[in-house]
Design a protein around this ligand. Structure first.
Ligand code: PD2
Ligand code: ZN
Length: 282
């Protein structure tokens, strides 16, 4: 009598493999329960090959997730960000990059710089191999993080950015301040965490992926220091009080979210960066 490889048998084989049983052990239990050896081998081979192909295909592109979307669909000139009227200076749709004006007052910029100054140290980036932090030669700025809600100006700005980005305040990482002197830069990179790096699953436990970035300019260098988007050959001038928002729905280069901080040529550049996560970041 010919034995038929049913969907249930396939499911059972995949489950055994997922539980870590070796093919020989799975083959033995199939034969113990009455499967003919040649049918069992065929079932094992075809099922595991198909399963691997499916998993591989799913790995080609990371998931496409929801991202913050500032209300620019009807091309408004201004957006009411709650306590401040922010102007919309330019929009790119793919990738989604929006340049805003009047996000911060001069006084807010100065207050943030003054509060950050005594706490600056050489910038670290998340070490994706381990989930910890490390010095990075591609990033020659100095920096610090404010805790969320740390002081009045930080709290006010976080609330404003949440309204502007249409994204829950709890999904934001603490505000980061960076200072670049002449020659300092941040080489092009992605802000999302690389899904193929071993430390990424640990990082994602806290709030999921980064899905958008808001870079706010707190000072004006004389020359250089723009934020560049090499994939679309676009550069945002670091004008004090302005900000650039960009989002990335896939943690993948196809998001075209590659961006960098061009070297400062003359003067100094201070920025505040807000990274937005998929979920609550605690
Ligand atoms: O300083 C910048 O323009 C810049 C460029 C790229 C900042 C960041 N990335 C960042 O803070 O992620
Ligand atoms: Zn960045």
């Amino acid at each position: 009598m010919t034995q038929v490889i049913t969907p249930e048998l396939r499911q059972w084989i995949v489950a055994q493999a997922q539980q870590g049983f070796a093919a020989e052990a799975v083959l033995k239990s199939m034969m113990d329960s009455g499967w003919q050896e040649d049918v069992a081998i065929d079932a094992l081979e075809t099922t595991l090959r198909d399963h691997l192909a499916t998993v591989q295909q799913q790995k080609v592109l990371p998931a496409d997730v929801a991202v913050p979307q500032p209300a620019v669909d009807e091309s408004p000139l201004y957006i009411d960000a709650g306590d401040r009227k922010v102007s919309v200076l330019s929009c790119m749709r793919n990738p989604s990059i929006i340049v805003f004006g009047n996000v911060l007052s001069d006084e807010e910029c100065d207050t943030l710089i003054a509060a950050a100054k005594p706490r600056m140290s050489r910038s670290l980036t998340v070490a994706t191999k381990t989930g910890g932090e490390e010095l990075n030669a591609d990033r020659t700025s100095n920096g610090m993080f404010f805790k969320r809600d740390e002081n009045e100006v930080v709290k006010t700005l976080e609330q404003r950015l949440a309204v502007l980005a249409n994204w829950p305040i709890e999904n934001g990482e603490g505000l980061q301040i960076l200072h670049y002197r002449p020659g300092a830069e941040y080489k092009p990179h992605y802000d999302y965490f690389d899904p193929d790096e071993p430390g990424t699953p640990t990082i994602l436990k806290r709030g999921g992926q980064r899905v958008a970035t808001i870079i706010m300019y707190l000072s004006e260098p004389v020359k250089g220091g723009g934020t560049t988007f090499p994939d679309v050959q676009f550069e945002v001038a670091p004008k004090r009080g302005n900000a650039v928002f960009f989002s990335y729905s896939r943690a993948h280069p196809s998001s075209k979210s590659l961006h960098g901080g061009a070297p400062v040529i003359e003067g100094e550049k201070w920025i505040a960066t807000k990274w937005l996560r998929e979920r609550r970041f605690e």
